[in-house]
Write a protein that binds this ligand. Structure first.
Ligand code: GLU
Length: 925
């Protein structure tokens, strides 16, 4: 402290020594937003006092008020300022820029802006987007990320990450996604990234959004050791990040000022700053904008000094009073600006103040910081376009050894008798004090007390706390009025409550769900036996039956052995018959499906193979069908009256409600969606709200009532009431935290301890105990999906494949059989192979006529060979029908009559006349 004071005195006395005359000082104009004005004004005043300027500061109330901003710039010009420091940023700065260009007044920006470099009158104290892109690219490369998500806030420029977005283009080895943060709830965006497995983030958002983003990231569990962040804003490490220190999350950020004891200028500035502002800050907590305002005054000072020297002026240069309406210009403006750009200042709060011709900063040095269990650590620097990482030794928590201020203290802890957070213990003896209670919250506080070595006493409070007519109630009120220290139960962290009390880091995450009865059962349908197979399977089965029947007919017709003597007692039949007619084939197929069989029995190898695989196929299908049929005939179908909140809203018969004074009701009350607003109105008007969760659960069980409750409660009740279930998706996502006084000095100890418990999985263990084991838990754990699912094609495809292969195999066997038969016949009858094959196929493919005349060999010579023919014919007929002696008579009526006539006919002929008749019928009829 002494050193700092000495420095302050030295710096100021040296500056005052420069001012030798009493003449008024040149004026520097400042234009800032009202809500930031205190800090920026202080920085400007400190600079002005030090460098001998007077100031004229204008404040703008509303962001983006172009008209007001233009008016104020012209006002400043009319006062004769030598330049304007613009803390506004965004599009209005373009307005300021245009006016400054016209008036030829130097315009100095102190925040990221994309004003075109060609604009002559601009000096940007904030490092260019180019520089940020370079630092980020090198950090991403060092971290060896292969995927990351860029988070940016809607309406803000992406110029600091535009090159980073293109990093994956060259190699294809990087997956980069970009998400926009809108509104004041970033949880959905973060959850979405998390669900997609993206755990590395580049966050480019202005400092005012950082706190909300960090909180929401923690609430959706994105602050654990598998998550990694690079923050673009140089203000990140001005925030209190201690609550994330032990979670293992990797947070990297940037800082401009050199925060060492040697930086005397900075310490002097901090002291002066704290004298002028209401809330004192540390050097590390100073926002970049304030530092840049001071540095901007320094740049003005150097510019004015050089200008005076070059003009050999005794007195300082003063601005002209300019009138915007007359398009006045300041004759010295361009020269001053030129000197401001070309001067080389090595001693700014944000290190050297060098600029290029376009007014962008040159040769900047940026510190790279990382959050470690020991706090914020500088791990490297970015200098002359290169990143050097020089990670220091990070002591562990114990070596760090911070004083535990909770030790040996006793606290009053508020609990609510809400299952399973706190119950009154069932005991035969009368219990006293804390022993009277058990439950999740009781176990959790006991663990924290063990870790942090404090004592506690419970007090019951049923009302969690809400704000009505400006007055807090329940737990929140008691904490605010110092009547209790902590509140632990299913206390939801809400925006409203956060204005009244502080919360620890969330120990559980949840969302609002709908608790409703298990779907009612519908009696089985009349044709439920059809439901065993899906429509697809039935169609395929029909198709397969027709297909196999066709193959059977064909195979039967080309198989030599299937042509049988219809009358076994006749040794030389005129015709042969085939059992594989259309009717018989279909009958065989259906008989097998029905497991009844038929008298048709294949004789040849091919038909036998096909019949066997068909029997196998039917066996598998019938077994699957019968096995599943029972379930379909007995299981009743579930009917859910609604699937989501919209359907519930539109339902006329179902009432719904939530806990009266809880955050769930607040969710509906503050919702902007008309459906939710109407639901809130209905719940209140129709008295559908309940005082406690138990009441809502009882209503859901006994009435046609849907209970809106938090997913944690739904999980608890559905473990015990097996008739209840959660319907639809969760409506939001949030967390439970331990409530404590605003700015509580115990918060960081509780947070650290909770994070440790989380990391060790202890919170989950306590949860499992109270949800799934104690007090009736686990009752419905083995809930089975009662609904039997239909057999789809994927369940029986194997049988179809076997059938297909078998048919193919049988077909090949029959074709080979046929080809052999054709060959034999062509030799026997002395015809060509092709002729016999064509005849055979023509006959087979006709698919009609199950009677085939027996072929006879050709007459070689009509006169001389008659006797020989007789002998041959007899042998031929014998040969062809030799195998038929054991053949059976077919039952087909048509066949039978044909046989009968053939038989009577043949018996009337001699062998000679038979041979003539057959010779005439060489061709198959
Ligand atoms: N956890 C809620 C709260 O903190 C109570 C239960 C509810 O509203 O569903 O208010």
């Amino acid at each position: 402290m002494f050193v700092k004071l000495v420095c302050l005195v030295v710096v100021f006395t040296s500056q005052y020594a420069l001012s030798q005359d009493d003449s008024p000082y040149p004026i520097i104009g400042g234009i800032f937003y009202e809500d930031e004005a205190e800090a920026l004004k202080a920085a400007l005043e400190i600079g002005a006092t030090e460098f001998h300027f007077t100031t004229s500061i204008k404040e703008v109330k509303e962001r983006g008020d172009f008209i007001k901003v233009s008016e104020l710039v012209c006002e400043l010009a009319s006062e004769g300022v030598i330049g304007i420091i613009d803390g506004l940023g965004g599009r209005v700065s373009e307005n300021v820029q245009a006016l400054c260009d016209m008036l030829e007044l130097p315009h100095v920006l102190v925040q990221q802006n994309d004003l075109d470099a060609k604009d002559w009158s601009v000096i940007n104290m904030f490092p260019s987007g180019e520089a940020f892109n370079m630092v980020l690219e090198s950090l991403i490369t060092i971290k060896e990320w292969t995927n990351f998500t860029i988070l940016y806030v809607k309406g803000h420029s992406l110029s600091r990450v535009n090159h980073v977005m293109m990093m994956g283009n060259d190699t294809d080895q990087m997956t980069i996604s970009v998400r926009e943060l809108t509104g004041d709830d970033y949880r959905d965006v973060l959850l979405d990234a998390k669900d997609n497995g993206y755990l590395n983030f580049v966050v480019d958002c202005p400092s005012e959004y950082l706190e909300l983003l960090l909180t929401h990231a923690q609430e959706v569990d994105l602050m654990s050791d598998d998550c990694s962040y690079i923050f673009v804003s140089p203000d990140l490490f001005t925030l209190d990040l201690s609550r994330f220190r032990y979670g293992g999350v990797n947070i990297t950020g940037l800082r401009f000022p050199e925060l060492t004891i040697l930086n005397e200028k900075l310490w002097a500035f901090v002291d002066a700053f704290n004298n002028m502002t209401a809330v004192p800050v540390d050097a590390a907590e100073l926002k970049i904008k304030a530092l840049l305002v001071y540095d901007a005054v320094n740049v003005f000072y150097a510019g004015v000094k050089t200008l005076n020297e070059s003009e050999k002026r005794a007195n300082s240069v003063f601005g002209d009073k300019l009138d915007c309406e007359n398009y006045d210009t300041w004759s010295m403006g361009a020269t001053l600006l030129n000197f401001m750009k070309t001067n080389k200042l090595e001693t700014g709060l944000t290190r050297s103040l060098l600029f290029d011709g376009t007014g962008q900063r040159n040769d900047i040095i940026i510190d790279i910081l990382e959050l470690t269990p020991a706090g914020n650590q500088t791990i490297g620097t970015w200098k002359y376009n290169t990143t050097r990482i020089n990670r220091p030794f990070v002591p562990t928590m114990d070596e760090y050894g911070e004083e535990n201020i909770m030790r040996n203290k006793s606290f009053k802890v508020l609990i609510a008798l809400t299952e399973p957070y706190a119950y009154v213990k069932e005991s035969e003896t009368e219990l006293e004090g804390n022993d009277r209670y058990e439950g999740f919250a009781i176990d959790l506080i006991a663990r924290l007390a063990d870790m942090l070595d404090f004592g506690y006493e419970f007090e019951e409070e049923a009302d969690y706390g809400s704000l009505s007519n400006g007055k807090w109630s329940g737990m929140v009120q008691k904490i605010r009025e110092d009547r209790a220290d902590f509140a632990i139960c299913d206390l939801t962290i809400t925006k409203e409550r956060k204005e009244g009390i502080d919360f620890s880091t969330p120990f559980m995450t949840l969302g609002i769900g709908i608790l409703y009865k298990e779907p009612s059962k519908q009696p089985p349908e009349m044709f439920s036996f059809m439901a065993v197979f899906s429509r697809e399977v039935w169609l395929y089965m029909m198709f397969v039956q027709m297909g196999v029947a066709t193959v059977m007919i064909f195979v039967g017709r080309i198989s030599h052995k299937e042509w049988q003597n219809p009358v076994p007692c006749v040794e030389q039949p005129e015709e042969l018959t085939n059992q594989f007619s259309f009717h018989n084939s279909v009958w065989l197929i259906i008989g097998s499906v029905m497991q009844q069989g038929s008298e048709i029995a294949p004789i040849a190898l091919g038909p036998r193979i096909i019949t066997s695989v068909w029997w196998f196929f039917t066996m598998v299908i019938v077994a699957s069908y019968v096995g599943t049929l029972v379930a379909f005939l007995t299981v009743e179908k579930d009917v859910q009256p609604f699937q989501n909140i919209e359907e519930l809203y539109n339902s006329k018969s179902i009432s719904y409600g939530a806990k009266k004074k809880g955050s769930t009701m607040k969710f509906f009350e503050t919702a902007t969606k008309p459906t939710l607003q109407n639901m809130h109105k209905r719940m209140l008007e129709r008295g559908w709200t309940v005082a406690k969760n138990d009441e809502g659960v009882a209503r859901a069980e006994t009435q046609n009532y849907a209970f809106f409750s938090e997913s944690t409660a739904i999980e608890y009740y559905t473990e015990r009431n097996c008739d209840l279930m959660q319907i639809g998706e969760l409506l939001d996502s949030k967390g439970y935290g331990i409530g404590m006084k605003i700015n509580s000095i115990y918060k960081k100890y509780i947070d650290d301890a909770l994070l440790k418990l989380k990391e060790r999985g202890e919170i989950q263990k306590i949860k499992d105990l109270w949800w799934k084991e104690m007090r009736g838990g686990g009752k419905c754990g083995e809930k089975q999906a009662a609904e039997q699912s239909q057999l789809e094609m994927k369940n029986v495809i194997g049988a179809f494949v076997v059938l297909g292969a078998g048919c193919l195999f049988g077909l090949i066997a029959s074709i080979l059989d046929m080809l052999w038969g054709v060959f034999k016949r062509s030799v026997k009858y002395n015809t060509t192979y092709k002729y016999e094959l064509v005849q055979e196929l023509k006959f087979a493919l006709k698919f009609s006529g199950d009677v085939k005349p027996v072929k006879r060999p050709p007459k070689i010579d009509k006169s001389s060979s008659e006797a020989l023919a007789d002998v041959k014919e007899t042998e031929e007929a014998k040969d062809e029908v030799g195998s038929l002696l054991s053949a059976r008579t077919l039952r087909s009526g048509k066949s039978t009559s044909t046989h009968a006539s053939s038989h009577s006919h043949s018996s009337r002929h001699t062998s000679q006349s038979l041979s003539i008749a057959f010779a005439k019928r060489r061709k198959y009829s």
